[in-house]
Write a new protein. Structure first.
Length: 507
């Protein structure tokens, strides 16, 4: 390339990993044209089938294999449904030599792709039974993700099995781990978004299980009919695709010998993944991978179900609190008094370290808050920013300069205006988090000087590195905002009533 190589964080995102044109050596690949002519084969085909690339390229698929095998492949191709469908069939005898293969069959553009791996199942695996028993154990008292890493370890034997969860910014954290006792745990470590580029994430959504059997394994190129040389095969849905050298370098730097990644999706989006590492090469046969894939899908559903249940419980809690609020006002007859009492109960829904209730110029403080004088001084800021709507910040010192002096007591605030007058508020404060993020390696050390000049490169060091984040509280979540909004409307209605604008009987 003549043009200077520009280094930026999107360079990684542009590597066309699905057109890598190579597979891993554990199996072979055949791509058939519309008329079932073999137009691409992996260069290692002779190792598996005893037929050379030259024997196969350009020949009809029919000529090389047993009738039953051809029939099976044809059937599988006919039931493929949609661009992400992969049919699988185990222990198929392709030739008259007794050798059995597990096949993955899918369509890629105009090609039908057949990938084969020697069948090594001992016949004891029954995916359905296994997943069923795994699910039963997941009903137990330990947390879903903790149980999941234990079960995936039991099933696959990887040295390290992690559940990795993505944050909104694409970074992620290891939230559960089962690791060989002599290895350093990664639990709690954060990894920056750039570790998994965009196109790799897109593939993880489409193709939920990726195995890399041997980080040092020599990739096997695909041989192509000359007439097809300009139609590179899209390997997005391949099970054997070789991995990007960028990622290989990353894994080498980590000291990893083999990986398996199982996507966990929520509403069709990447929620997280089960990430497995082995320190030496490790082969997980296709049948087992299929079981793990099924398990991953079940786990995704369980996580989704649990999160929905949490949201429902939270909503119900909000509703109960709203009713209590209304009842309390009716009983006491004074909204201001009830609000002070109920503000405390609201911290069940909106966890905080301190509360300030400001009504009619009177400030009541509870817990860790700015002082009364500091709250008074804050009023001008609130009048501008929280007029008639909820206002939140997790970095008060950034938006309100004087806030820096009380950051130790109140670094974040959620402001609930409770009347139409711009002076009545409930303010929930959160302390500065003793905040550090443990990154696996310093995330900003990504550009290195290589032979071709500076380029973006996977990190070399994964030693835990603590980023100290100052002046920040825990974030206010969308659920907390929604609950606060319900409370705002309820309180507003009550304050209006107190002002005699509506009849209490209306409740
Ligand atoms: C892919 N990087 C990945 C994948 C994971 C990670 C899981 C998908 C691997 C797969 O398909 O099996 C990263 N693995 C992790 C993380 C953990 C883990 C965070 O276990 C945490 C526990 N990587 C870089 C940089 C680049 C890069 C700087 O660090 C680009 C210059 C590239 N990562 C990169 C590429 C892929 C990848 C290209 C896709 C690999 C492929 O499918 O061919």
């Amino acid at each position: 390339r003549d043009e200077p190589y520009t280094v930026d964080l999107t360079s990684c995102d542009r590597e066309p990993i699905q057109y890598i044109g190579a597979i891993q050596p554990i199996g072979f690949l055949l791509a058939l044209d519309g008329d079932w002519q073999i137009s691409q084969v992996s260069a290692n085909v002779a190792d598996h089938l005893g037929l050379s690339v030259e024997d196969l390229l350009g020949d009809p698929f029919r000529s090389a294999f047993r009738d039953e095998a051809i029939h099976e492949v044809r059937n599988r191709l006919s039931v493929l449904n949609g661009p992400n469908a992969v049919e699988r069939t185990f222990a198929v005898q392709l030739q008259n030599n007794g050798a059995l293969y597990d096949l993955a069959i899918h369509r890629s553009g105009e090609f039908s792709v057949i990938e084969g791996e020697p069948h090594i199942g001992a016949g004891t695996l029954n995916a359905g039974a296994m997943v069923r028993s795994m699910l039963e154990r997941m009903q137990g008292p330990s947390s879903l993700v903790t149980e999941a890493v234990r079960l995936v370890h039991a099933l696959t034997g990887f040295d390290r099995v992690m559940i990795y969860r993505f944050a909104a910014d694409g970074s992620g954290e290891v939230i559960a781990e089962r690791v060989r006792p002599d290895l350093e745990p990664y639990l709690g470590l954060h990894y920056p978004a750039a570790d998994i580029p965009q196109q790799a994430r897109a593939l993880l959504v489409r193709n939920p299980v990726r195995l890399l059997v041997d980080v040092e394994g020599e990739p096997i190129p695909l041989a192509t009919l000359p007439a097809r040389a300009n139609t590179p095969l899209d390997l997005s849905m391949s099970t054997l695709r070789a991995h990007s050298v960028m990622h290989i370098e990353y894994l080498r730097n980590m000291g990893v010998g083999a990986t398996m990644t199982v996507s966990l999706l929520r509403d069709g989006q990447l929620w997280g993944m089960i990430s497995c590492h082995h320190m030496t090469p490790r082969h997980v046969c296709f049948e087992q991978r299929t079981t793990v894939e099924l398990f991953g899908q079940m786990l995704s559903l369980l996580i989704e179900k649990r999160e929905r249940a949490e949201i429902e419980a939270y909503k119900a809690h909000t509703h109960r609190l709203r009713q209590d609020l209304v009842a309390a006002v009716i009983e006491r007859g004074s909204a201001a008094e009830s609000i002070a009492v109920l503000a405390n109960r609201m911290s069940e829904l909106v966890p905080c370290d301190g509360i300030a209730v400001c009504i009619d110029g009177v400030v009541k403080l509870d817990g860790d808050t700015p002082t009364a004088a500091e709250c008074d001084a804050l009023q001008g800021f609130l009048a501008i920013n929280a007029a008639g709507q909820i206002y939140t910040t997790a970095q008060l010192g950034q938006v309100y300069e004087p806030g820096r002096s009380f950051v130790d007591r109140a670094a974040g605030m959620l402001v609930l205006p409770i009347s139409r007058a711009p002076r009545d508020y409930i303010v929930f404060f959160r302390r500065e988090l003793p905040h550090f993020v443990s990154w696996a390696g310093k995330p900003d050390k990504l550009v290195v000087n290589g032979p071709e000049g500076p380029r973006l490169s996977p990190r070399r060091s994964f030693e835990a590195w603590r980023e100290i984040v100052r002046g920040q509280s825990a974030a206010w979540t969308p659920a907390e905002l929604a609950a606060a909004e319900v409370m705002r409307v309820t309180l507003l209605e009550m304050v209006l009533q107190q002002a005699g604008m509506t009849e209490v009987e209306n409740w």
